[in-house]
Design a protein around this ligand. Sequence first.
Ligand code: DLL
Length: 434
Amino acid sequence: MIWDPYYECMDPEERTKLQVRRLRETVARLNVNVPWYRDRFAEKGIEPGDIKSLDDLRHLPFTTKDDLRETYPLGLFAVPPEECVRIHASSGTTGKPIIAGYTRDDITNVWAETIARTIACGGGTSHDVLHNAYGYGLFTGGLGLHYGGELMGCLVIPASGGNTERQLMLMEDLGSTILCCTPSYALTIADVAENIGFDLSRIKLKSGLFGAEPWSDSARESIEERLGLSAHDIYGLTEVIGPGVAGECEAKAGLHVYDDHFIPEVIDPDSGEPLPPGEKGELVLTCITKRAFPIIRFRTRDITRLDYETCACGRTQPRMERITGRTDDMLIIRGVNVFPSQIEEVLLRIEEVEPHYQLVLTREGHLDNLEVQVEVSPAMFSDEVRKLEAIEDRIRERLSSALGIRVGVKLVEPRSIERSIGKAKRVIDKREEV
Ligand code: DLL
C-alpha cells in the first residue's frame, strides 16, 4: 500500500514546483522569525524572492551541528516556545544536546504522515500490530514511530527498549506483525530467543523497520532469516525531524526520501559544492514544511548517493542508498550517537587523569561496548589500587551521565597510550559490521 499516492507518486516536475514554493515560503518565514538565519541570508545577499528554482538552493547557507550548539537551546526556532507541543534531543559534539521542537502541526501533519508512509513502505496497514522497541523519551525513535503508527491505525505496542524476554512474550501474546527497533537489537532479540529456547515460530512478525544506526546486507539476511520477516531500512535524524525522512519499500533498492517535506542534496564534503545525481557524497537536507524548527541545508555528515529514477513500486520520490559512512568521527553505540569530543570534555575535568585517552569499541553478541582507556597522572600512578578504582568509578559515572550509555573505564599507566604526530588516533574499532 502507498500511504499518500498523491505526493509519493507525484509527477517530478510538479513536485519540483511544489518544493520551490515551499522553500521560498520557509526562507521568507525564517528571514522574519529567526535572526540567525536573517543574518546568514544577508551575508550571502539572499532575499526570499530570489528563490526561483531548486538550483537556487545552492545559494542558501549550510547549517551545521556547531551552529546548533552556538544557538542552543532554541535559537533556531521559528515560532515562540508556547506554540510548540514537543521537544526531542540528540547528542551534540560536546556537553549540550541538540534540541528539536515541534508544533502540533509538525507532529500530526508532517511527522506522523511521513512515518505512516514509512510504515506503508515496509508493508504495514491499519491491521498491523506494531511492536515499537525504539527508546521512548528524548530520542525520536519511540514517539516518532508511535504517532505514525497510530495515524495509520495500527495497534501500537509502546514497548521501548530493554527486557528482551518480556518483549518476546508481548509479541507472542499480542500477535505483533511489525517490529521497530535498531538492527542490532533485532539480532539481540533473535539471540535471546535462542538462548532461552523460545521458538520464534510462536511470533508472527511479517516485517521490520530498522534504523538509527548503520547496518549491512548480511545483517539484513540474518535478521530476515532468524526472525522470519522482511527487513526494511529507515532513516532520519533529530535535527531534521527524527525517523520519517526516508524509508525502504518492498523493492529494497534504496530509501525513498519524502522530498515534498525534506529536500535532499548530495555535496562534496570538502568543497561544499552540490554533486550530480548518482554521485556519492554528504547528504544535506532542507525542511520545507515544518513550522517550529525548519532547518536549512543541514550538513548530516552521512554519506550516500541519490537515485531519481522512478522505483519499481511506483513511487517517484528519489531514493537514497543506505548510509555507507560518515564524514566526521561520530560513533553510534547501542543506537546512541557519541562524539569523542563529549568524552574528552568529561575527562578534561577530572584532575587525576591526563588528556591522553583511547576509545576501544568491541561487540558482545550484537551489542556494542565502549571502553575508555585513559592515562592516570604520574602523581596518582603510585597510589593504592583502592584509590585508583574509586577514580575509575567516578569517571564511569560521569561519562554514563554525559553520554546516556554505560561505558567501561580503564586507567592505564602514564605514557602508555601511543602519542601521534598528526591527528590522534582516538578510536579503535574492533567491531565487525552489524
Ligand atoms: O537515529 C532517528 C531514527 C530513529 C532513525 C529510529 C531511524 C529509526 P539521531 O539520534 O539524531 O536520530 O541520529 C541520526 O543516526 O545522522 C545517521 O548517522 C544515523 N542513522 C539514522 N538512521 C540510519 C540508518 C535517529 N538507517 C543519525 N542507517 C544519522 C545508518 C542511520 N545510519
